[in-house]
Structures are given as C-alpha cells and as structure tokens.
Design a protein around this ligand. Structure first.
Ligand code: PGA
Length: 411
C-alpha cells in the first residue's frame, strides 16, 4: 500500500471521510454532522492519508494553554494491526512536546483493553475515574494523563522501532552453504517493500556468514544463530559463543527452542543463562517458550509459561530487555501441521504478556511476542491479526523463499 503520513489540521470538509472511518471503527460512530462540527473547530489534529483511498487513520487532539487532550484515535480495520495507532499517538506526543505542552490527557472506556495497553505503553497512567460516564453502556471512563516535561523523543522512537513486526525463519538442520545463499538471496530480493516488518533468518551455524553476505546489512533483514553457549571461550566441545556468532554476521540468537529443550534436554536454568549471556554480549535474543500437549491437557499452561519466562529471563536487565523477543510455540503445534486455533493463540499470548509484565515490569509491553508452530502462507494473516501477536517464527514453511515471502507479506 502506498501510504504517506503527515500532520494536517482537519477541517469540516473532511467530515464525510472521517465519518466513514468512524463507522468502520466504532459501534457508535460520530455522525457526519458531529464530525463536521468537531473538525471545524479542533485547534489541532493529526491524521494519516492513504494516497488512493482517503483517510484511513486519524488522531484528533485538542490543545489548551499547556495541555494536549487526545480526543479520538481511529484506525481503519485494514491498518489496525500494522502499528499505525501506535505511530499516530507517538507523532502527536512528539509534536505536543516540541510545542512546549506540559501534559497529555485522555479518557478511555474501562473495558477498552487494547486502547488502554496502547496508552500505557506510551507512559499514560490512570489519573481519575468518571463513574458510569458512557451513556450507551453505562461504563466508567478512566482519565489517563502523562507528563510531557521530560519527554524523551529519542527513546520513544527507539520503542517504536522495536514494535516492528518480526517475521523469523528457523531453518533448523537444513541447507548447505550454497542452498542457504540461494534462498537468502531470493528473500532479500523479494522482501516486502514496507519497512514495518523485520525479517530474521536463523540458518545452521555453517551458513550464517552466507546469509549475512546475501543480506548485505540491509535495514529490515537480520541473521541469527539457532543456539549459543554461555561462555566467551573454553573447553566446550561442539558449542559456539556469542562473539563467534557476531563474527559470522549474526545479530540475533534463538534460545530455548523446543527441540533444544525436548530433543537435547536443555533445562530452563541453562536456557536462562544462555539468554542472559547472549544479551550481555550485545546480541538480540529470541526466547522460545511453550507447553507440551500433556501439560496443556493437565491445565498447566500458566504454570509452564511462568516458569519458562521467570527462569529464561531471570538475569535480564531493563537495558537488555530492549533486545529481547519471546516466541510462544506450543510444542504440539511444531512441525505437526496442527496450528493452534485463534482462541488458543489469543489466550496464550495475553497470558504470556501478563507474565512478562510480572517478570520484567512495564518494559515488557514493548517486547515483541511471536507465535510459532505450523505457520503457513494461508494462516499467517489471521495469526498476525490477533492481539499481542507481534510476529511469527516459522520452521518448515520458511525453507522455500517463495513460501517465506508470502508469509512475510501476509496481511
Ligand atoms: P514449524 O516449526 O513451523 O515447522 O512448525 C516452528 C519452529 O520450530 O520454530
């Protein structure tokens, strides 16, 4: 999609387009008249434009002497999962901070969990409550506020970058160097033009340098190792250090993949040491978690994920957390063709997010959560559309460039 984004003051002539967008986004949209009235007066507003199809997203803000009030944030369903709401809010906050505003405020329905987590991720905290404020449902309104006096625009931009969708290929024990080079070259040539997705390939150790060469340090393409040992060097026959991975061109590493845990017997504790050591050495780490079928059937999902996250991220500092991703891969869905259903993925990802916050605090809202297990070109779009699914980790269907690229471009 050919989108361009810019701030412009909305005016009454935008009312029909905004009303159409409102209708697509809310059960109780503003009428065209209300849009006309509001946007005839709003002192300042931001919006996103798709060049072919009119306004597909907007944020409206009201400005008083030193305060910005976010009135509304609407993103069309087709753009919703692409982080556009996040970008519009960041843009509005950055602009308000530059204009010298002291504070940003907004109100939100208690039951609007996705919006609340978006605002919380941007540093808003509950500052009050209006009981039974919404006439349609009788819901309470929560008043959120954040100070803009020490607004760190650079840090916010970094966060935004980190929220890009990650599409990762785990090639496991497949491909010679020549085969890896060929597939990586095809991936680099055919990747989606949009820069909203980062593609990461985890080839076998012997092919890391080949893939890195084919990717030629292009933005949005990265290489990683499938495993790492938690020591700089020494008598560890068969193992590989973070520095060796980095030397071959890797910037990422997978830790705790289910095959390492279940085929090679790795403990949670060893996975934790690997993750912390790799992060300490400057790599990005993708920690894999997931329950077996027996554990799920015994009702142990929460217990297993909590243990794997607690132990797996035990020694991770807040600074290093910016380089962590977590892949939820139910063991029973890996390589079996049995993809977890939407309800199961939604539930497990919401749980994983909650547990991540329990372990790492508020930085956990910015950690990408990937789903893995029998992801294919025809189920990728519906998985990516789920809340808290910030990317995919793909095994079998990543071995052919064509199939991996279809997944990487899925919307
Ligand atoms: P699969 O593997 O896509 O072949 O199920 C996923 C993984 O093991 O990471």
């Amino acid at each position: 999609m050919n989108s361009s984004w810019h701030f412009r003051r909305l005016d009454a002539s935008d009312a029909p387009a905004l009303h159409a967008l409102e209708k697509a986004c809310f059960t109780l949209p503003w009428s065209e008249e209300q849009c006309r009235a509001a946007f005839g007066q709003t002192p300042f507003a931001a919006f996103g434009l798709d060049s072919d199809r009119g306004v597909l997203a907007y944020i409206s803000v009201y400005i008083t002497a030193d305060e910005m009030e976010v009135l509304n944030l609407a993103v069309s369903p087709e753009l919703r999962r692409r982080g556009i709401g996040h970008r519009l809010l960041a843009l509005a906050l950055r602009t308000a901070a530059k204009m010298g505003m002291q504070k940003a405020v907004l109100e939100v329905r208690v039951g609007n969990t996705p919006a609340r987590s978006l605002y919380e991720r941007h540093g808003f905290a509950v500052a009050g409550r209006r009981p039974r404020y919404y006439a349609d449902t009788g819901e309470d309104a929560l008043i959120y506020a954040r100070s803009l006096t020490n607004y760190d625009a650079a840090a916010e931009e970094r966060k935004e970058l980190h929220m890009k969708t990650l599409i990762a290929a785990n090639w496991k024990m497949h491909k010679t160097r020549a085969e890896a080079r060929q597939t990586a070259t095809a991936i680099a040539a055919g990747r989606p033009a949009s820069n909203e997705r980062t593609l990461i390939v985890f080839p076998p150790f012997t092919a890391i340098a080949e893939v890195a060469a084919a990717f030629a340090a292009q933005e949005g393409l990265a290489v990683g190792g499938q495993d790492v040992y938690p020591a700089e060097k020494g008598a560890f026959t068969g193992e590989i250090s973070p520095a060796m991975l980095a030397d071959a061109g890797a910037s990422w590493v997978l830790t705790g993949h289910s095959e390492r845990r279940h085929v090679l017997g790795e403990s949670d504790e060893l996975v934790g040491r690997k993750t912390a050591f790799a992060l300490g050495a400057g790599l990005h780490a993708m920690l894999c978690i997931g329950e077996t079928l027996e554990e799920r059937e015994a009702g142990q999902l929460e217990e297993v994920l909590r243990r794997q996250l607690r132990t797996g991220l035990a020694e991770v500092s807040a600074e290093a957390a910016a380089r962590v991703a977590v892949a939820y891969e139910p063991v029973w869905a890996i390589g079996t063709g049995k993809v977890a259903g939407s309800a199961e993925v939604l539930e497990a990802h919401a749980l994983a997010r909650r547990l991540l916050v329990e372990v790492l605090g508020s930085v956990a809202h910015d950690i990408p959560l990937l789903y893995g297990g029998s992801v294919k070109p025809d189920n990728a779009a519906s998985l990516l559309a789920l809340d808290n699914v910030n990317g995919l980790l793909i095994g079998g269907a990543s071995l052919e460039a064509e199939s991996f690229l279809r997944i990487a471009g899925a919307r």
